[in-house]
Design a protein around this ligand. Structure first.
Ligand SMILES: NC(=O)c1ccc[n+]([C@@H]2O[C@H](COP(=O)([O-])OP(=O)(O)OC[C@H]3O[C@@H](n4cnc5c(N)ncnc54)[C@H](O)[C@@H]3O)[C@@H](O)[C@H]2O)c1
Ligand SMILES: [Zn+2]
Ligand SMILES: [Zn+2]
Length: 366
């Protein structure tokens, strides 16, 4: 018998999300049903609502979640009911060319549940990032469940399932920030502040936070920013100059774009030192273009230009380790939780995110 629960659904481009009855099947082979305890509201959920990811409406939103395994399907040997897990959107296959070359964080064939969750009339839902977790119970592939210490409460632990992991990983895994490096982070929302926290953890010497909002810059300092630049009303060149002024006129060793717009990426490109690294972790929409950049600039400035999907993380390696760092007081993941809401508050949470009032609103389930 399918479980009947209420979930947050985006039915049509740009329209407010609604709470709908969702049917969650019992787990089939290799699948698990998870009782969701908390799920953060990520900017990517808003991108889905606005058509910025694809047009496969209706979407079942939510993907930064933690909870308890309730049921497992046939063939699931490493999970059992009662296990405390963070959901991940990188259940690696182990057999694709990336996995076989020992780089499973690039896995090209990640697993999701095979059975669909549906609306009451049978319409198939597209779960955000293959998860869909703004509901009491969800169906995922067993590999999407990463066991962690239950000492970290769900509202905090769940955030490691997407945005916080993406930001920390953008700094540590993709950007390979090292001791004494100068780092600039453009966009200080949940992802950008996590990149700042990651840079601090990796021993960066100077961490420059750039945002258009003073409140965000204040929070960025709590995560380890040593300097801030308010870029509102500034041209790209002026922001680049501000970064250079703070780095002996060279630019930063690693610049992380946690916004994902042509202007922020160009600022990152010109705001880094020669031979430095640019990391794009913010997600551009398909219509965005980089126009009129001289090819010679790419050549003559050297270095590397990278993108960071999910912070190049390997959930089984990174989630338990980051939870432990949090429990040791070395990574303030709890500071990302600005407010706790119920599932009917997601649309308002999008609006607060849009207006810069929150780092993370977290939906809690009883
Ligand atoms: N790569 C990944 O795996 C991954 C994972 C999660 C989220 N994301 C993406 O990361 C981005 C950020 O997500 P978030 O949840 O932190 O969003 P958010 O809305 O919390 O934060 C965005 C921040 O950028 C600032 N900003 C906006 N325009 C700016 C500009 N022109 N210059 C400087 N700052 C600007 C805003 O003031 C805000 O503080 C989104 O595009 C999201 O889709 C990527
Ligand atoms: Zn693979
Ligand atoms: Zn996300």
């Amino acid at each position: 018998m399918p479980h009947e629960v209420r979930g947050v659904v985006s039915r049509a481009k740009g329209e407010p999300v609604s709470l709908e009855t969702v049917l969650v099947p019992d787990p089939g082979p290799g699948e698990a049903v998870v009782s969701v305890k908390a799920c953060g509201v990520c900017h990517t959920d808003m991108h889905y609502r606005d058509g910025g990811i694809n047009d496969d409406y209706p979407f079942l939103l939510g993907h930064e979640a933690a909870g308890y395994v309730e049921q497992v399907g046939d063939g699931v040997t490493d999970l059992e009911p009662g296990d405390y897990v963070i959901l991940n959107w990188r259940a690696v296959c182990g057999t694709c060319r990336a996995c076989k070359r020992g780089k499973p964080w690039y896995c090209f064939n990640t697993h999701n549940a095979a059975q669909p969750m549906t609306l009451a009339d049978g319409t198939k839902l597209s779960p955000a990032l293959g998860i869909g977790a703004f509901l009491d119970k969800t169906l995922v592939h067993a590999g999407q469940c990463t066991k962690v210490s239950p000492d970290a409460e769900p509202a905090v632990a769940g955030l490691l399932g997407c945005g916080v992991m993406a930001g920390i990983g953008a700094a540590i895994n993709t950007g390979a920030v090292g001791r004494g490096d100068t780092v600039a982070v453009i966009g200080c929302g949940g992802v950008g502040d996590a990149a700042i926290a990651g840079a601090r953890l990796a021993g960066a010497g100077k961490i420059i936070a750039v945002d258009v909002d003073d409140r965000k810059l204040g929070w960025a300092k709590d995560f380890g920013a040593t300097h801030t630049v308010n870029s509102r009303g500034k041209s790209e060149d002026e922001v680049v100059e501000a970064i250079q002024d703070l780095t002996s006129s060279f630019g930063a060793d690693v610049v992380i774009d946690a916004v994902g717009r042509p202007e922020t990426w160009r600022t990152a490109f010109y705001g880094r030192d020669l031979a430095g690294t640019v990391v794009l972790v913010g997600v551009p929409t398909p219509d965005m273009r980089l126009n009129d950049m001289p090819l010679i600039d790419f050549f003559s400035r050297g270095g590397s230009l990278k993108s960071s999907w999910y912070g190049d993380c390997l959930p089984s390696r990174d989630f338990p380790a980051l939870v432990d760092l949090y429990l040791q007081g070395r990574l303030p993941v709890d500071k990302f939780v600005t407010e706790r809401i119920s599932a009917d508050g997601v649309e308002q949470a999008f609006s607060r995110m849009h207006h810069g009032e929150v780092l993370r609103s977290v939906v809690e389930f009883s």
